[in-house]
Design a protein around this ligand. Structure first.
Ligand SMILES: Nc1ncnc2c1ncn2[C@@H]1O[C@H](COP(=O)(O)OP(=O)(O)OP(=O)(O)O)[C@@H](O)[C@H]1O
Length: 470
């Protein structure tokens, strides 16, 4: 086998192949040309000279190929002895797909090169080129998503949509917070974007390439909170788990810890949290070893912490520790000017990857402005999603489409169930539950603790159900 590839045989094989394939290539290609060792043209066929606008092909013979085709890479093929199997060459604003091959004498020395123009128009390659572009785009999007994921965040400051003076002030303060390594307290009703903002602050802070770890205080049962925050030493609980379990503080080490619904933290744990923040030290449950942690805390709440301090349910020293830089996120009803851009962004998100247009008329936006949005932007997203689902007008939402789904005082939205239709019981129960939760949240203006009480369930069960719903 290896003798086949000695220089002599290789050159013989190449010549044989060239002789056999040449007429076929010449016929099928849009042009062909040959040069000698000095890169002077020795032959050019009629179609190539026509393509190059030469008129009489014989005029080109003997001329250096670069004089006739300035962009050619034939000299490179002669110099390296390596073929250029696929290349795109520009000539007179035209893009030509070319292949260039060296050819040898019987001693294996290069005597020249031959080139074929495979396509003089990229049209036949359009499916390939667009597939390549699409893959390239997908790759860039996947890389971006991966980078965000490895930081632990999904949002950046651009995701906090809004151009009203109130929204711009929020973004200004968020940028300020990002540049300073200090605790931040985010205040705002449910669904106003506290988590969006916390992630965005982390993503533009010097800790961006370190973890972002979030914990929703209200969603964790009270007896598990300490372990959730500070971890568990091996053997802390008799029997079962003998491994170390890291808490959120350890997981966030070097990065940012987001304490959502910090107002729901029980008093005994508030004291431990204060110590962790003051000393930068934590103690895992069942351990007597103190570990140092370096964590930047961003806390958020929809509750009135000052009123809680007055009634004795929140420690004032913890409040001052958390509230070094405060950002108040206004409710949607106080920045209705942002409805238009928010609709555009949310409809874009909802329709992404689906065959839906998702647009809203000015009258549709004005209709949204008639409501007071206790669930804020989360509720706006739900309303738009529902309007699109029920839309009969090619996904263009007008005022009628909005009024059909907009909750009204005393009349909550009921999904249109065709009369007498029988559906699986589990689905009916799930829908009734979702509706009851929504009603409770609206009645309590988004206050989840009150809503849970109204529904007769614990806060953590309510959070579990909300997580499933979203
Ligand atoms: N300014 C904004 N621009 C675009 N989307 C937003 C904005 N604010 C919130 N959202 C969207 O609204 C939803 C709720 O946001 P987020 O979870 O950040 O609110 P929150 O204030 O933390 O709510 P909660 O207090 O109930 O946890 C998310 O889907 C988020 O993407």
């Amino acid at each position: 086998m290896s003798e086949l590839f000695t220089n002599k045989n290789k050159s013989g094989l190449t010549r044989d192949l060239i002789e056999a394939l040449f007429p076929m290539f010449e016929e099928a290609s849009a042009g062909a040309i040959a040069v000698d060792r000095e890169t002077n043209i020795t032959w050019i066929n009629g179609s190539y000279s026509q393509l190059l606008g030469l008129g009489d092909p014989s005029q080109a013979i003997g001329k250096p190929v670069r004089k006739v085709i300035p962009q050619t890479r034939m000299p490179e093929v002669i110099e390296t002895g390596k073929p250029l199997l696929l290349d795109i060459m520009e000539h007179n604003e035209q893009q030509l797909v070319v292949t260039r091959l060296p050819y040898y004498d019987d001693q294996g020395g290069i005597v020249g090169a031959v080139a074929f123009v495979l396509y003089d128009d990229l049209q036949p390659l359009t499916p390939l080129v667009s597939k390549y572009r699409r893959l390239h785009r997908d790759l860039a999007a996947a890389r971006k998503a991966l980078a965000k994921k490895s930081r632990g965040t999904r949002y950046s400051l651009g995701d906090f949509v809004g151009g009203s003076p109130a929204a711009l002030e929020v973004k200004r303060r968020a940028r300020l917070a990002a540049g300073r390594d200090m605790p931040v307290l985010l205040l705002g009703e449910t669904g106003t974007g506290k988590e969006v903002l916390a992630q965005a602050i982390h993503a533009v802070s010097p800790r961006a390439d370190k973890p972002f770890v979030g914990v929703n205080v209200a969603a964790v049962p009270e007896n598990l909170l300490e372990a959730e925050f500070f971890g568990v030493a091996p053997g802390a609980y008799t029997g079962a788990d003998r491994r170390t379990r890291e808490g959120k503080f350890q997981l966030a080490n070097g990065g940012t810890l987001f304490l959502d619904e910090v107002g729901d933290m029980p008093l005994p744990l508030q004291a431990k949290l204060l110590r962790a923040l003051q000393e930068g030290e934590i103690e895992a449950l069942g351990s007597n070893k103190v570990t140092t942690v370096d964590v930047r805390v961003i806390a958020a709440t929809s509750r009135n912490l000052e009123a809680m301090i007055a009634e004795g349910s929140f420690r004032s020293d913890l409040y001052y520790r958390l509230n070094v830089l405060e950002i108040n996120i206004p409710p949607l009803r106080d920045r209705l000017a942002d409805l238009g851009v928010l609709c555009e962004a949310l409809l874009g998100e909802i329709c992404e990857g689906q065959d839906m247009r998702g647009e809203i008329t000015d009258a549709g936006v004005a209709a949204l402005g008639s409501y007071d949005w206790p669930g804020n932007i989360r509720e706006l997203r739900n309303v738009l999603e529902r309007a699109l689902t029920m839309s009969e007008d090619g996904d263009l939402l007008d005022a009628d489409a909005i009024f059909k789904v907009l909750p009204r005082a005393g009349q909550r939205l009921v999904s249109p169930v065709p009369a007498r239709s029988v559906r699986p019981l589990a689905r009916i129960v799930a829908e009734a539950e979702a509706q009851a939760i929504e009603e409770a949240l609206v009645t309590c203006r988004g206050n989840r603790t009150k809503a849970a009480r109204l529904l007769g369930i614990s806060r953590s069960v309510l959070y579990e159900k909300l997580a499933k719903l979203s």
